[in-house]
Design a protein around this ligand. Structure first.
Ligand code: ZN
Ligand code: ZN
Length: 361
């Protein structure tokens, strides 16, 4: 964890020279640097020391758990901050951009005036943290793997229970229940269960629609374990499929397998997305796959890197990414297949083991 703080200083120095400290305010980034989950608190990291300021609700547990920073008990956050600022003669403090509200910024700025410090509101701190978080340690990858195993166990148990007449909402509820029973802390996101025509909407909400014979059913699910997320999509068929459904399914699977082969260190995320879209478009489905090919997964369900049209990201060993092409045919059906992979020294390891050949239940 101390390494993580040192790495932050290094990353920040690449981006800016003009800072004495960084103020980490968002819950997810506090957890990343402290390893401690709390709904409130602040991390102030100077170039050589860091402080975790918490209130009485978390203080004792934080002292036990957090070993890489000084844990400070605060009745008033601002006065504790002021003490640290004076000790370290801090003038310029980097602020997070993404995880802070305007109300918090206004409060902090009123305080900063009195304290004689200024806040740097560039994206430097967010960029530095995002690039650190994108590359996972062994321990982080292990938590993601466990989250994925939980989701897959639930999925395998759920499959034999699918039948015509079950609603999408019932299915989503049952899957979440099974994940919890397998040890999930939570569902990684609002699960997608989309059948028939609903499957043509990439981010459909589970509805009261009942499964019917001949439906494709798209299930996009994930679990949370140790704060880390997993993400997987499978599309299965109920009863029978048409030739067109079979063709589309196999094309998506082929596109996904081709994309997975390109996941390796040094690969451009934008290129993998472009090549995959091109493959689907050239095979007769122009414009039927418009969302990003994939994204990083970790403490949040969507994080860096992004496998998308505008991405500037390049894959590095330790990154955990999804590969999730789809074909969406309005008023007909949709197919998406999503695996999660960890980039290794010379390629990638697929963390998803659920079968992908067309399954007709
Ligand atoms: Zn997903
Ligand atoms: Zn995803």
């Amino acid at each position: 964890m101390t390494d993580r703080l040192n790495a932050l200083t290094n990353e920040l120095q690449k981006r800016t020279e003009n800072f004495d400290a960084a103020l980490i305010t968002s819950e997810v980034n506090r957890m990343y640097f402290t390893g401690f989950k709390s709904s409130a608190g602040l991390v102030l990291a100077t170039r050589d020391e860091a402080y975790f300021i918490v209130d009485f609700r978390y203080y004792e547990a934080a002292v036990k758990k957090v070993k890489n920073m000084d844990v400070v008990l605060a009745t008033d956050f601002k006065s504790e901050l002021l003490k640290i600022i004076k000790t370290h003669k801090i003038k310029n403090i980097l602020l997070e951009n993404a995880g802070i509200t305007l109300a918090e910024v206004l409060r902090l700025e009123a305080w900063a005036k009195d304290a004689g410090v200024s806040f740097i509101k560039t994206s430097a701190l967010d960029d530095a943290i995002n690039s650190l978080r994108a590359v996972k340690t062994e321990e982080e990858t292990q938590s993601i793997k466990t989250a994925q195993e939980i989701a897959e166990k639930a999925f395998e148990k759920f499959l034999p229970t699918i039948k015509a007449g079950m609603t999408e909402r019932e299915a989503a509820f049952e899957l979440e229940f099974l994940m919890r029973k397998e040890g999930a802390e939570a569902s990684a996101f609002d699960m997608i269960v989309a059948s028939g025509k609903n499957g043509a909407v990439p981010h459909a909400q589970p509805s009261e629609k009942k499964f019917e014979t001949g439906d494709f059913i798209t299930i996009d699910m994930g679990a949370v374990y140790n704060g880390y997320h997993s993400d997987m999509t499978r599309t299965i068929a109920l009863g029978k499929v048409s030739e067109r459904q079979r063709e589309v399914y196999n094309l998506v699977l082929q596109a996904q397998n081709r994309a997975i082969e390109q996941v390796k260190p040094g690969a451009s995320c934008k290129d993998i997305d472009a090549v995959t879209k091109d493959f689907i478009y050239k095979n007769g489905y122009e414009g039927c796959f418009e969302h990003a090919l994939g994204h990083g997964v970790g403490l949040e369900i969507h994080e860096k890197p992004s496998l998308s049209v505008r991405s500037k990201d390049v894959l590095k060993p330790g990154m955990v990414v999804t590969v999730e092409p789809g074909i969406y045919l309005k008023n007909e059906f949709g197919v998406r297949i999503e695996d999660m992979l960890v980039v290794t020294a010379d390629g990638a390891q697929n963390l998803t083991s659920a079968a992908k050949d067309l399954l007709i239940l």
